[in-house]
Design a protein around this ligand. Structure first.
Ligand code: ADP
Ligand code: ZN
Length: 216
């Protein structure tokens, strides 16, 4: 059975951390629109430069651009067994577009996991966050440090801090979440798809909660 899941939450809520553990466990594909956008930015193309402007300022990239990117991605073979969307949808128009794409593929959304978190905690987490350039796994320099400084425990990739993980940009991203993305909580609740995940600083707690929910 294909399993198409969404993780919803503010920046720093723990979406990426949950995703990198959950996807191998379920055999589904992790799709992070943030990671996809950072790849385009790293290419240095004119489109990458345009995207960089939005991301650096803590704003969202326009819906039509994300829409094209996500359509191409979901059509790929690697997504046949199921997907976990991390960072998409982030606006009501994006959620409506996703419904249409999945309906065309005959694949309804199975569940939307919502990770709630408050701003203070987000700042404490993100200013200390580094992530693996190769596999995307996030670390926290104090609470969840890598065994060897600067190196990913899992794949040996190099750890980097994200350019948008500065306090001022984090505050702007959080405000963008409240304005543009928070309405999705009601949107999915009304469709009976929303599952609120118990908040914790221990990533294992969220992972176990979700695995238990899916096995019910
Ligand atoms: P976080 O959830 O920690 O903010 P992401 O890696 O998901 O990190 O996103 C980083 C940035 O990429 C966002 O601040 C935004 O500028 C852009 N972005 C990611 N996903 C989307 C999306 N679905 N729609 C618009 N912009 C997006
Ligand atoms: Zn890694």
């Amino acid at each position: 059975m294909t399993q198409d899941l969404i993780i919803l939450g503010a920046p720093g809520a723990g979406k990426g951390t949950l995703a990198v553990d959950l996807c191998p466990a379920l055999g589904i594909k992790h799709i992070s629109t943030g990671d996809l956008l950072r790849e385009v930015i790293a290419s240095g193309s004119p489109l990458g430069q345009e995207i960089d402007g939005y991301v650096k300022s803590g704003a969202l990239v326009p819906d039509d651009l994300i829409g094209r990117m996500i359509k191409d991605t979901l059509a790929a073979d690697a997504c046949r067994q199921g997907i976990l969307l991390d960072g998409f949808p982030r606006t009501i128009p994006q959620a409506e577009l996703l419904e249409k794409i999945l309906a065309d593929l005959g694949r309804p959304i199975s569940a939307v996991f919502y990770l709630s978190v408050e701003l203070d905690r987000v700042i404490r987490r993100l200013v200390n966050r580094v992530s693996c350039q190769q596999c995307g796994r996030p670390y926290h320099l104090i609470n969840l440090p890598p065994r060897q400084a600067g190196i990913c425990d899992v794949c040996g990739g190099v750890l980097r801090q994200r350019e948008d993980d500065k306090e001022e940009t984090i505050r702007k991203r959080f405000a963008t979440f409240l304005e543009k993305t928070q309405p999705l909580i009601d949107f999915y609740q009304n469709k009976n798809l929303l599952v609120e995940v118990q908040a914790s600083d221990d990533p294992q707690v969220a992972l176990n909660f979700v695995l238990k929910y899916l096995a019910r």
